[in-house]
Design a protein around this ligand. Sequence first.
Ligand code: TXA
Ligand code: MG
Length: 374
Amino acid sequence: MIFHRERLSPAILLFREFHAGCYIRSRNHPDPGPGTVVPERDTPIIVHFVPNSLMQTIIGQDIAVAASLLRKDALVAIPTETVYGLAGNALHEAAVVAIYEAKNRPRFNPLILHVADIADIETYAFVDAVSRQLAQAFMPGPFTLLLRKKEIVPELVTAGSDKVAIRIPAHEVSRELLRRVGFPLAAPSANPFGYVSPTTATHVLQGLNGKIPYILDGGPCQVGVESSIAEVSGDKVILHRAGGISAEMITAVTGLPVVTGIHTATPSTPGQLKSHYATRIPLYKGDVPALMKQFPDKRMAVISFTRSYPVAIGSHLFILSPAGNISEAAQKLFATMRRIDEMDVDLILAEDFPDTGIGKAINDRLNRAQAIHK
Ligand code: TXA
Ligand code: MG
């Protein structure tokens, strides 16, 4: 960490930990606590934590460290089974504001509230009978419920809406963290706004290095695409975002038809924003041989499900699941997009994936990553 030191006349030492809250300790305090700077004897100094942009970001596996930072309204990236989340205390405005700022995310785009157990949901939202059925079937898991919020949820979390999105991650590290802190965590995906979501701790570091103090490493995410977002509305269920839980699975549990949310300019669920999850290198999706003909002289990276395509020298082929396992393809999708983005190619071509189950989520993310939406 980088500190400025200045001599001060009063023999009082101020230790200001910018992101981890603020504490003042006298030089004679018996235990300055871990992470504080102990000055030389008789050298009164003031220690300023230098701005956000110079904060040191640490990757670790210590749930106690993560909990202690979150209690001080600092941000911690947390592992979930879908993608890594950028978490802060959902009930404290300072932490929620810091999330929007670290991600550079517009304030009209609300955040998902993460809780440890089904019983916790009723503390923050009104739960109707069908939503309760869905919660029991799919939580914990890659499933988010949109519900009417209770007073306790700050409007900053819901971007002014009277509905709150709630999810229980199926990752033991994050559930244990949630139980320890005892407050809900607001957590969008831990990537700068608009970019591909992170599925490893290293991905988080690449996007948020210097902006957050800690990344809790829980290994690579097993599902690999963000949760399905569903809302019970009268005698149907609206699926706002495709994910690990499909429309068919929702109908099987509720007996209700599922309609899909539509893309709009001012989305009710900004995961619906058309240009999103986008790579820096332009991406085109569709019939790969036809696209190859359209761009004859370009170096390209091709993303396919199982098929092999002949590619020219300087181009690359990424087959996400040679065995044809669509879950494996979903799990590898974002890591592959990020890897390609660091390669020396002119464009990315992606196949249309089978449009069933989690394949719908793959198609949705690739569609929105397309260059034509930029
Ligand atoms: O799998 C996931 O859901 C991951 C992990 C970290 O839990 N989170 C995630 O968060 O994908 P984020 O913020 O990247 O996407 C959440 C989506 C956004 O499109 C947001 O607009 C929508 O959920 N959302 C959140 N609260 C909402 C609300 N009150 N009303 C409508 N949409 C909401
Ligand atoms: Mg996101």
